[in-house]
Design a protein around this ligand. Sequence first.
Ligand SMILES: C[S@@+](CC[C@H](N)C(=O)[O-])C[C@H]1O[C@@H](n2cnc3c(N)ncnc32)[C@H](O)[C@@H]1O
Length: 179
Amino acid sequence: MSFFEIFYSLFILAFIFIAIIIFRHEKISGISATPTLRRTRTVMINMLKRHELHPVRIYDLGSGWGGLLQRLHKEFPNAAVRGYETSFFPYWVSKIFTCFSKNIQIEQKNFFEIEFTHNDVVMCYLSPQHMAKLKSKWESGAGHPGSVISASFPIKGWEPIMVEKRGKLIPSFIYLYKL
Ligand SMILES: C[S@@+](CC[C@H](N)C(=O)[O-])C[C@H]1O[C@@H](n2cnc3c(N)ncnc32)[C@H](O)[C@@H]1O
């Protein structure tokens, strides 16, 4: 076996191993680590700019590979940007890519355990099940944020103060809620 063949085999094995770990986590958490599209991030940030001139803390619940956190940090350099992510590889990749940004903090933690305050802004790109669970948690009196921006998945039963449409062929919606 040549060096190239050994290297290639190890590469394929590592790829399969990482894919298995990621897919296993997706089955448990009920959602993949698919990042928000650039245009979706722009709409989310513009909504925030229009309604929260100086956000103090911004959270990305299920921060995936960290792309939205980096964009938030760029747009709001004085805000504390926080991410929670349970999936091993997305968490570590996002940690490595943000290690020099002192205003970005990422924890490998279940975001359902987090208590928010009225000054907090929460960004989500999750699933209908995750949004329903967050809603019942916040309605039960647990510390809830002041604003929630959710890409694609509305909070059923709550009235958004703003809805933005993104895309023409396959439209998706972004919802802003004030709590
Ligand atoms: C669609 S991705 C979000 C992408 C990211 N917000 C972005 O904009 O690029 C959803 C992420 O939520 C994570 N997740 C799901 N449930 C979670 C939980 N309870 N606590 C922390 N992370 C969770 C998943 O592992 C997944 O990476």
